[in-house]
Design a protein around this ligand. Structure first.
Ligand SMILES: CC(C)(COP(=O)(O)OP(=O)(O)OC[C@H]1O[C@@H](n2cnc3c(N)ncnc32)[C@H](O)[C@@H]1OP(=O)(O)O)[C@@H](O)C(=O)NCCC(=O)NCCS
Length: 198
């Protein structure tokens, strides 16, 4: 899928064994992301591997088993960012779980997990393209209720991008998500229904 943003046109591909090398190159160019998380935090294994190498191996094993839903964003041939998504079974480890569970009425069909844009590519619409790609993939997979857990941006001093690993609220607002409930001082559950692709 090609997404036209205000600065550049990106393409998207799913993270599979075919695109693993592109994803791995992006993670390695960014010091493993958070020093070696390899985007494992939301997955059932979490960070039980304990090292960057183990996180990498766990992620690759999940990809090989077809248990990862992750949209990669490309600028030409270079993978520059991603958006992870999945069912609550695929992605059980959301932060602030206690606060989340307290007022939970219905689980969503899908969750948006981690979002990442490589250094040097930020504020050029990569995350937007990644989330739009994930919502498109969700529509193709039958749609349903989608939740995200972004950080509030407004009424707060400017934050470094690293705080926004679940994305900035403004991005989800722009894409039709609405606040459901607060689960931390600056973090919200936001929801949106996605219709299935006809
Ligand atoms: C948060 C992050 C994903 C944003 O990616 P990005 O590609 O720069 O975002 P985009 O350019 O698509 O921005 C879309 C919108 O999000 C909002 N936004 C993005 N970055 C923001 C920031 N640092 N502060 C406030 N709002 C921001 C804006 O509303 C922006 O729209 P605008 O540019 O028209 O104002 C990026 O900063 C990042 O990867 N940070 C590190 C996150 C991380 O560590 N993830 C680990 C995952 S395992």
């Amino acid at each position: 899928m090609a997404t036209q943003t205000k600065r550049t046109a990106y393409t998207t591909r799913a993270l599979t064994t075919d695109t693993w090398g592109d994803f791995a190159a992006l993670v390695e160019a960014n010091n493993g992301v958070w020093g070696g998380c390899w985007c494992m935090g939301f997955h059932p294994e979490g960070f039980t591997g304990g090292t960057a190498e183990a996180n990498r191996a766990n992620k690759l094993a999940l990809v090989r088993r077809g248990e990862v839903h992750q949209v990669l964003v490309y600028d030409g041939d270079e993978c520059v960012g991603w958006c992870q998504y999945g069912t609550p079974v695929d992605l059980p480890n959301i932060q602030n779980h206690k606060a989340y569970d307290k007022d939970l009425e219905t689980l969503p069909d899908w969750r948006i997990g981690c979002i990442f844009t490589g250094k040097g590519h930020r504020r050029a619409g990569v995350a937007r393209a990644a989330v739009v790609g994930a919502l498109g993939a969700i529509a193709e997979a039958g749609g349903g209720l989608v939740e995200a857990y972004p950080e509030q941006v407004e009424d707060r001093k400017p934050q470094q991008g690293a705080y926004f690993h679940t994305g900035p609220e403004s991005l989800f607002e722009e894409l039709g998500f609405e606040r459901d409930r607060r689960i931390a001082k600056w973090r919200w559950v936001m929801r949106r229904r996605v219709e299935p692709t006809a």
